[in-house]
Structures are given as C-alpha cells and as structure tokens.
Design a protein around this ligand. Structure first.
Ligand SMILES: Cc1cc2nc3c(=O)[nH]c(=O)nc-3n(C[C@H](O)[C@H](O)[C@H](O)COP(=O)(O)OP(=O)(O)OC[C@H]3O[C@@H](n4cnc5c(N)ncnc54)[C@H](O)[C@@H]3O)c2cc1C
Length: 388
C-alpha cells in the first residue's frame, strides 16, 4: 500500500515544529547569522520543547521517533534557519553510531544522559587531509592495556567547540583503508582532546564548526562502538540514516526561498507591470514548487523505507543529492527574482543562498552521492526491460 498521508501524531509534531520555527528560530535567525554566536538559548528551548534527539529510543528515555518524524521536524526548522537546524539535528548524527552499533550498556551510558538535560553531540570522520574518502582516515588508535590511545586531528566538526560527547573515528596503527577503522565515544574534558576556535563560514553561521585535536587521548575499552574494525561500516550506516534529514532541511530552505520570491514578485514593478506577470518569472516559481515537491517525496520515501526496515542507502543518497542540488538552484533563482536586492544582506534571500551551499558538501558531497548511486547502477541494478 502506498500512503502519502501523515498520521495525526506526525501532523501534530509538524505543527509543533513549525510553531517553534516561527516563534523561536525565525525572529533571531538574522541576529545569529550576523554575529556567528552559538545559539545556545534557542537550542536549549528546542531541547525543552522535545524537538531534539528524536532518534533516541524510548528504552533510553528518548522519544523513539522514526526517520519520518525527524525529516518532518527538520524541514520546518530549516525553513526558518538552516544553521540552527544543523546544530539541533547534529545530535542525532553524533548519537546515531551508538544507536546503531552500541551494546546495551553503551546505549544506557552514552544515550540516556542526552535525555536528561541539554547536551551536545559531535560526529568526527573528517580531517584536514580528507573528507570524502572516509577510508583514508589518518587519526590513529592503539591498545594501551584495557584502554585505547587516540592521536590525530579532526577538521570541520560540527559542534566541535561545544560538544559534551564526540564519536571519533580513527584507524588502528599500521592498518590500511577500510578495515582498520573504529569508532570511539570520547567525552568532553578527556585529557588530550582540544578544539580550535570556531571556523568562520560562508553560511550556517549559527552552527559551530571546529577542528578537534587528539593528543594521547585515553578512552576505556568500553567506549569502542561497533567492534574493532567496524568503524567504516558504522559511519556509512550512520549516513544512510541521517542523509534523508539533509534532503528535508534542503526542502525547508527551498520552500522559504520560493515563498520570499513569490512575495517579492507580487510587489515589484518593471516595465509598468508586476514582475509576477512575466512568464519567465512564473516559470521559475513553478519549477521551484515542482522541485520542492520532488525533494520532499524522495526524502519521505527514504525515511519511510528506513522506518520499515529497508536499509536502502541509495534512497538516502538520492534524497540528499537531489535536495542539495535543487535547493541551491531554487535559492539561486529566488535571488535572481530579487534582482540587485537579492545580492544585499539586508534581504533574507542572501542568507538562504549562502546556507543552501552546505547541503552539497557535508555528509558526503554531491559528487560522492553520485559515486554511490552510479556504483550501484553499474554493479547491482537489475535492468527491467533489457535482459543482458
Ligand atoms: C560546515 C561544515 C560542517 C561539517 N561538519 C562535519 C561533521 O560534523 N563531521 C565530519 O566528520 N565532517 C564534517 N564536515 C566535513 C565534510 O563532510 C567534508 O568537507 C566533505 O565530506 C568533503 O570533504 P573535503 O572537504 O575534504 O573535500 P575533498 O574530499 O577533498 O573533496 C574535494 C572535491 O573533490 C570531490 N571529490 C572527492 N572525491 C571524489 C570522487 N571520488 N569522485 C568525484 N569527486 C570527488 C569532492 O566532491 C569535492 O568537490 C563538515 C564540513 C563543513 C563545511
């Protein structure tokens, strides 16, 4: 059965997220974008409203929501501010390796505290020397009695400065490529872990991005998640679960860009007519709406599949790829409809344009999503009509 209706609970959650986005995020979005200050007070409110850590299972004190609920919530929030939404959602990214690969004791220890008070999580595969090629991780670990000793540098880590808990991926000394990689939970304050100043960014300025340095960071054996050598697969499984949310954030951002563009086109005169009367403008707006509908459907399909036990990383990659590329196109066209004013920071469209770019970079670039999808098409895809 195919059903595109949200349940009553999902509609209530969407409305709650929309109200939160309108009342708590949108009014301060510009302020945080300008200052680059970490929006802790908004994040605290999101936590108290029950709009964070949606993936933590009920058993460990969380709401136990599925991916569908996550995509519904982040679409609404990203329509108000992409940066704050990334800050809010990155907890799910930072906790997902524990949800997917942790044992009972680890889940109790590393998930439950996130339901008691606001805590921030971070996920770290990237390094300054590599981001796309996760199998190329250079940070190392070594056994040290019952402990592990981590060394190396992580770069571009969201919540890097503020996280209470990191999941850090490193390779066993002397190993090569995929098989040597493992994931470790590292609590903030562990000796040897230090962070850089926040990195200044083009957009998403209300999310913190920093470098994380590991110098003889000692973690107990029980902080290893998913077994030794299981880190590469764990990171990929994590992305499969979180990439649909990037498609959903892109949907929300694109929706706002379209709404601003419609509003502006209805007011702006040129050649003695409202610009909304020109077919070139109408075409752009119509394309925006059709693309937004398409991204949302791809996102919902990927999320629904995950909630129904389908481990379909291609669906997740398609949602992220199309979301990233189409939201950038929509933000670009919306800016174009604003003409010269679109280029001014005093109009909201400039922020949407800057923010949209990140969707094609983090959690795997658009080129990486295409690589994943094309590898599937060349290796596993079964032709429907042509029986080679
Ligand atoms: C604001 C921000 C927040 C981030 N947050 C996090 C985080 O929380 N945790 C984390 O671990 N990382 C994070 N990242 C890092 C992000 O995931 C990487 O930047 C991204 O994966 C790309 O890696 P790179 O920058 O090293 O680019 P590279 O991997 O060096 O790629 C450079 C270019 O080459 C292309 N390319 C690379 N390989 C291929 C290929 N095989 N085929 C075709 N083209 C290819 C890329 O698409 C890109 O265009 C964040 C990045 C940013 C900017």
């Amino acid at each position: 059965m195919i059903d595109f209706q949200l349940t009553e609970e999902q509609i209530a959650l969407r409305d709650k997220a929309r109200k939160f986005a309108l009342e708590e995020i949108l009014p301060v979005a510009k302020k945080y974008d300008r200052s680059g200050e970490f929006p802790r007070e908004v994040i605290e409110k999101a936590f108290k409203a029950g709009l964070m850590n949606l993936s933590i299972p009920k058993k460990y004190g969380g709401p136990g929501h599925g991916t569908m609920e996550s995509v519904i919530v982040v679409e609404e929030m990203a329509a108000a501010c992409a940066g704050m939404t990334t800050t809010i959602y990155v907890n799910d990214l930072g906790l997902m390796p524990i949800i997917l690969g942790g044992n009972e004791a680890q889940k109790r220890k590393f998930l439950a505290p996130f339901t008691e008070k606001l805590r921030l999580a971070a996920f770290a595969t990237s390094e300054s020397g590599m981001g796309s090629d996760v199998a190329g991780i250079q940070a190392t670990y070594d056994r040290d009695g019952g402990n592990y000793l981590l060394n190396g540098n992580k770069f571009f880590i969201t919540n890097g400065d503020f996280a209470d808990q990191y999941v850090i991926f490193a390779r066993k000394k002397g190993t090569m490529r995929h098989e040597g990689i493992s994931g470790f939970v590292v609590p903030r304050g562990t000796e040897g872990l230090s962070t850089s100043k926040p990195l200044e960014k083009l957009g998403h300025r209300a999310s913190d991005t920093a470098a994380v340095k590991l110098k003889d960071v000692r973690v107990p054996g029980e902080n290893l998640i998913g077994g030794e050598g299981g880190g590469f697969l764990l990171a990929m499984m994590t992305f499969m679960h979180t990439r649909p949310a990037i498609g959903a954030m892109a949907t929300g951002l694109a929706r706002s860009a379209m709404e601003y563009a419609i509003n502006y086109a209805k007011q702006r005169d040129a050649f003695e007519h409202k610009i909304s009367s020109f077919q070139a403008i109408q075409d752009m707006i119509a394309d925006m709406y059709a693309r937004i509908e398409a991204i949302r459907l791809l996102t919902w399909k990927a999320a629904w599949g995950l909630d129904h036990g389908q481990e379909d990383n291609i669906a997740s990659s398609c949602a992220k790829l199309v979301g990233a590329e189409d939201s950038m196109k929509i933000a670009t066209d919306a800016l174009q409809i604003y003409g010269g004013r679109g280029y001014l920071e005093s109009y909201a469209i400039a922020k949407l344009f800057r923010d949209a770019k990140l969707y094609s970079i983090y959690e795997g670039t658009s080129q990486v999503q295409r690589y994943v999808i094309s590898r599937f098409l060349f290796k596993e895809y079964k032709p429907t009509m042509i029986g080679f």
